[in-house]
Structure formats: structure tokens, C-alpha cells
Design a protein around this ligand. Sequence first.
Ligand SMILES: Cc1cc2nc3c(=O)[nH]c(=O)nc-3n(C[C@H](O)[C@H](O)[C@H](O)COP(=O)(O)O)c2cc1C
Length: 181
Amino acid sequence: MIKHKKIVAISGSIREGSSNTNILKALATFIPEGIDYCIYPGIKELPHFNPDIDGTEPPAVVANFRKTLAESHALIICTPEYAKSVPGVLKNALDWLVSSGELYKKPVAVITASPSVAGGDKAHESLLLTLGMLDTIIVEHGSLLVPSVGIKFNDNATVKDESTKQALINLIDSVVAAINK
Ligand SMILES: Cc1cc2nc3c(=O)[nH]c(=O)nc-3n(C[C@H](O)[C@H](O)[C@H](O)COP(=O)(O)O)c2cc1C
């Protein structure tokens, strides 16, 4: 039986109709056949990180999150910027992975998208620092800012801006190359 490579995606926005989640949905159209791609739906269920409840038997939602990432070959994060940083829900999810190591040397791509012209640059910078601490590998073309996001996508998660589309294709190509290496 052929085992498919798996890419997991995480949106830093848990908002219904999120533009960041829409970007991750749009990415699905660029994933080559034979590679599984899923947007992890559960980061909003994770409890606040607390070392006291981590250990041999962490909460089931945490164990499921870690298992999903352990079984993945690459991670794509797409997030808004909140108050010049990473949304708490995403930072909390990453905090759960610091000691357990599922992202160690894993290929990762990072997208920040914002209605502003800066494209969430502060969140982007902060996220890269966190991912560096987790010893991930940021793939070539895997660090993308999407400014003025509102005019670049249709509501049904299709890209209408050609250069954004090309940047997303390059990002996926790099992730796929990294997991096929
Ligand atoms: C509490 C809050 C703080 C925000 N802070 C920033 C910010 O610092 N920088 C920025 O570019 N946008 C900021 N925004 C605007 C978000 O980028 C915008 O709401 C975006 O659409 C959220 O992403 P989503 O559509 O994926 O939910 C903020 C929004 C909220 C609700």
C-alpha cells in the first residue's frame, strides 16, 4: 500500500469566513495529486498551555493535535496579525509543541495576511522566531506576506491576484520539494 505524504495547515484565525482560512482553502487547489492536505480544525479546542497538565497523559485534544502533526510531513501556517503579534490561539497551539518535538526539523511555510499594506509583518517576524526556537525548517519561498488581502481573493476562496497566485504556487512547490527530498 502506498503511504501518501501529508501536509497539515493551521489557520491563526478561528473566525467564520476568515481570509486566512480562505487562503489555506485556496492552497488546496495547488496541491499535487497523491499528497494529503488538511486544515487542522481544532486549535480553538486546545486548553491554555500549562506545563502542569502536560506530561505522560496530556488532555486528549492535545494528544490528537500532536499526533496529527507527528504524522505530517510538512506544516503550512496562515495567520492574521493581532495587536502587532501572533493571535493568542495560534501561539497557544505552538506552545503545546515546544517540549513534545513534533515540528523538529519539519519543513514549514508561513503566510501572514492582512487588510493592511504591511501584510502582518510583525506577526510574521514573531512567528518565524517561534518556529526557529522549535527548530523547524522554513522552506524556500515559504515565507509570504499577503498585504491588502481583501482585494486579492474572492469570497469562495479563489485567488484573483495573479502575483499572489504565483507566490502561493511557488510556496506549495517548495513544500512539496522539501517533503519529497
Ligand atoms: C483584535 C484585533 C487586532 C488586530 N490587530 C491587527 C494588527 O496589529 N495588524 C493588522 O495588520 N491587522 C490587525 N487586525 C485586523 C486583522 O488583520 C483583520 O481583522 C483580518 O481580517 C483578520 O484575519 P481573518 O480574516 O483571517 O480573521 C486586527 C483585528 C482584530 C480583531
